[in-house]
Design a protein. Structure first.
Length: 350
């Protein structure tokens, strides 16, 4: 039997006040419903929230796409499953669908109704039960969030978060720049909201840079995986360690690339502290790939005779690549999140 999905029920869910039976009913509904029914429900709920404004164009399509991506990204088990999907899969898919629907709708409603985030020239007005932390100093400040997550707030930045996280999502709001080390909680995704960008994780470390008057916003990942989308929720990108996205605020255009200074993310892949003695350059590139979690593309056949003698212990990744390429007469370029090395090869000694 289809539950009666009312505005009041959705509001209670967003506030974390639903009973277990109500949450189960909602998840079942969103798993079984189709796109047209979801669009109708969202339109009705929006009108209850803001009767004077029609549902913004593209909102329903954006949320539907997030539902589809959520099922693929979060509900696929690591073991193979038959075409008759298991009960575990269906339960995980239902949870993923409802998390995205509730979270996306909550974010898209931030400019209307009781969820509004008032912003003025003098700053943010915190909703009841929320805390504001400002950093007006010239040095970074550290805070601990209610769930145990660590936060390093850059100068001229502001963070706002509830005194206690409730509901399905752990939501914080940022103006400026901050580094987050998030406590892992698979059942309660952690979300960073800024005026231009949304970041969603389970447990990882990453930096968000989104100052109010800057033309771009940026997210870079140190560990784990991060899902990033513009504030309108229309697109989403998955970032892994040493990757970043840069968003142009004016048009929502997003570029995915490597961070400026990639760090070692897999220390066990490092052999002899990056000290090489007559080491085939292909083996060197393979080690750098594993150690930094990046993709290095090169012509193995062309560089088959190239070897390296060097100590690259303390150099950043791109300096390492500069030195390697210089020694074998090659060059490299960073193309998106990949590094491409081009060279004609090395002559063998006679």
């Amino acid at each position: 039997m289809q539950p009666d999905i009312t505005h009041e029920l959705l509001a209670r869910y967003r506030a974390g006040q639903c009973t277990p039976d109500e949450r189960n009913a909602l998840r079942s509904y969103f798993l079984q419903t189709d796109k047209s029914a979801l669009e109708e429900l969202m339109a009705k709920d929006w009108q209850q929230t803001d009767p004077a404004t029609p549902l913004p164009e593209g909102v329903a399509e954006a949320i539907w796409e997030q539902i589809r991506q959520s099922i693929v990204a979060e509900a696929t088990p690591v073991i193979s499953i038959s075409k008759r999907r298991s009960g575990w899969y269906m339960a995980a898919a239902a949870a993923a669908v409802f998390l995205v629907v509730a979270g996306s709708w909550w974010f898209l409603g931030q400019n209307t109704g009781s969820n509004a985030l008032p912003v003025s020239e003098s700053g943010i007005e915190a909703p009841k039960g929320w805390l504001i932390r400002n950093n007006e100093s010239t040095a970074a400040r550290q805070f601990t969030l209610p769930d145990g997550s660590a936060l390093t707030l850059a100068p001229k930045s502001r963070i706002m978060y509830p005194e206690k996280f409730t509901g399905e999502l752990r939501v914080v709001r940022l103006q400026g720049q901050a580094f987050f080390s998030v406590y892992h909680d698979a059942s309660h995704p952690f979300v960073v909201q800024t005026p231009s960008i949304l970041v969603r994780v389970l447990g990882t470390s990453f930096t968000v840079k989104a100052f109010t008057r800057q033309s771009t916003a940026e997210v870079s990942v140190k560990t784990g995986r991060v899902q990033v989308s513009p504030a309108d929720g229309k697109t989403a990108m998955l970032l892994t360690p040493n990757q970043r996205i840069t968003l142009t605020v004016a048009n929502g255009h997003v570029i995915k690339s490597l961070v400026a200074k990639p760090e070692v993310v897999n220390p066990s892949a490092v052999i002899n502290r990056f000290v090489f003695a007559d080491t085939p350059v292909a083996s060197v590139f393979d080690m750098l790939e594993r150690a930094y979690g990046v993709t290095i593309r090169f012509d193995r056949q062309a560089l088959a005779n190239c070897t390296l003698n060097a100590e690259l212990t303390d150099q950043p990744l791109f300096t390492k690549l500069d030195m390697i390429c210089s020694s074998i007469g090659a060059a490299y370029s960073v193309e998106g999140t990949e590094i491409h090395v081009r060279g004609t090869g090395c002559e063998t000694e006679k």
